[in-house]
Design a protein around this ligand. Structure first.
Ligand SMILES: [Zn+2]
Length: 278
C-alpha cells in the first residue's frame, strides 16, 4: 500500500467523531486500552447524568455510558440499535450481522455508514492499484492520472452492505442483565420510551463529552466512546473473565486483544496470589 492511502484524519487520532475509528484495526483498539477510565471516574460520569435537567439527555447519556462502558458496545453499534435487537425474555442484546441503514436525516443511509462504505471502497481501490502496479513490466511506464484513475472504486455499491458490525465476530449476543444490573436498568429505561436509539453516531461522542465535562476527575479531551468500551474490557479483565469470554463479549476477531487486557490487569495477579494463601 502506498503512503498516499494513509489519509490524514484531520484531528487527533483517538478522539473526534471520525467514522473510520469504528473500522480501525485491532491494533488501534489495543492502543485505546491506555485511555480506559477507572471506576471512580466512571461513577462520576454516572452521577453527572443524574444532575442533568432534561430527562431525554439524562436517559440517553446513561444508555451511552452503560452500553459502551459496561456492555462494551461500539458507538456505531449503539447508534444503529433498535428495540428489535433486545431479547427481553433472555435479557440479551443480539447484534445482527446486517441491517439496512435508515438512520440518515431522511431515512437514507447515515453518515457513519457512508464513511464505512468509503473505507471499504478505499481498501478495494488500494488493492486494485497494487495489482495494477505489480502487473507492470520493467519497461512499462507508471501512468499517472488518466487510466489509473479509472481503477478507483466507487463507494455507492457498498451502501447496501451497511449497516453491519465491524467484523463477523462482532455479530454477537450480549447478556446485559448478567453483565450489569445498572446497565440493564439503563437499557430498559431508554427502550421503554423509544423504539430505537434516537441519535446519530456523532451524537454519541457529544453525550460522552457532556458527561465528562461534569465529572471532576475526567478530562473531557481524553475520553471518547471507544475509551469507554476499553473501560468495560478493563473492568471484566480485572474481574477474571477469561480471554475466550472477553473475546465473545466484545466481538473481537483476535485473542491477542483480549490477552492484552488480561496481561495488564494487576487485580488478576493479586486475586490469584490471594487464592494461594487460603
Ligand atoms: Zn448507518
Amino acid at each position: 500500500m502506498s503512503s498516499s492511502d494513509q489519509r490524514p484524519r484531520g484531528r487527533k487520532p483517538v478522539t473526534g467523531d471520525d467514522h473510520g475509528k469504528d473500522w480501525a484495526s485491532d491494533d488501534a483498539v489495543r492502543h485505546t486500552k491506555e485511555d480506559a477510565i477507572n471506576e471512580r471516574q466512571f461513577e462520576q460520569m454516572v452521577q453527572a447524568t443524574y444532575r442533568m435537567d432534561d430527562d431525554y439527555f439524562a436517559r440517553e447519556c446513561r444508555l451511552v455510558l452503560f452500553a459502551c462502558g459496561r456492555l462494551g458496545m461500539r458507538p456505531g453499534e449503539l447508534a444503529h440499535m433498535c428495540e428489535g435487537w433486545i431479547n427481553w425474555e433472555d435479557e440479551r442484546i443480539e447484534i445482527p450481522k446486517h441491517e439496512p441503514c435508515t438512520d440518515g436525516r431522511t431515512r437514507e443511509i447515515c453518515g457513519h455508514c457512508r464513511g464505512a462504505a468509503e473505507q471499504m471502497a478505499d481498501i478495494r481501490t488500494a488493492n486494485t492499484l497494487d495489482e495494477h502496479y505489480q502487473s507492470l513490466g520493467p519497461r512499462d511506464v507508471l501512468e499517472p492520472g488518466g487510466h489509473v484513475h479509472e481503477l478507483f472504486v466507487d463507494p455507492e455499491p457498498f451502501y447496501a452492505q451497511l449497516w453491519s458490525p465491524k467484523t463477523e465476530n462482532a455479530a454477537r449476543k450480549i447478556p446485559y442483565a448478567e453483565a450489569s444490573t445498572r446497565a440493564a436498568l439503563a437499557v430498559e429505561d431508554y427502550f421503554m420510551h423509544y423504539d430505537e436509539f434516537e441519535a446519530s453516531r456523532g451524537v454519541v461522542n457529544r453525550r460522552v463529552d457532556r458527561m465528562a465535562e461534569q465529572a471532576a476527575d475526567v478530562d473531557a479531551d481524553e475520553i471518547y466512546p471507544h475509551a469507554l468500551r476499553a473501560t468495560a474490557a478493563t473492568y471484566y479483565a480485572a474481574r477474571g473473565l477469561s480471554a475466550m469470554d472477553l473475546k465473545a463479549l466484545f466481538g473481537w476477531s483476535q485473542f491477542s486483544t483480549a490477552i492484552a487486557y488480561i496481561e495488564e490487569s494487576p487485580e488478576r495477579l493479586e486475586d490469584a496470589l490471594q487464592q494461594l494463601r487460603h
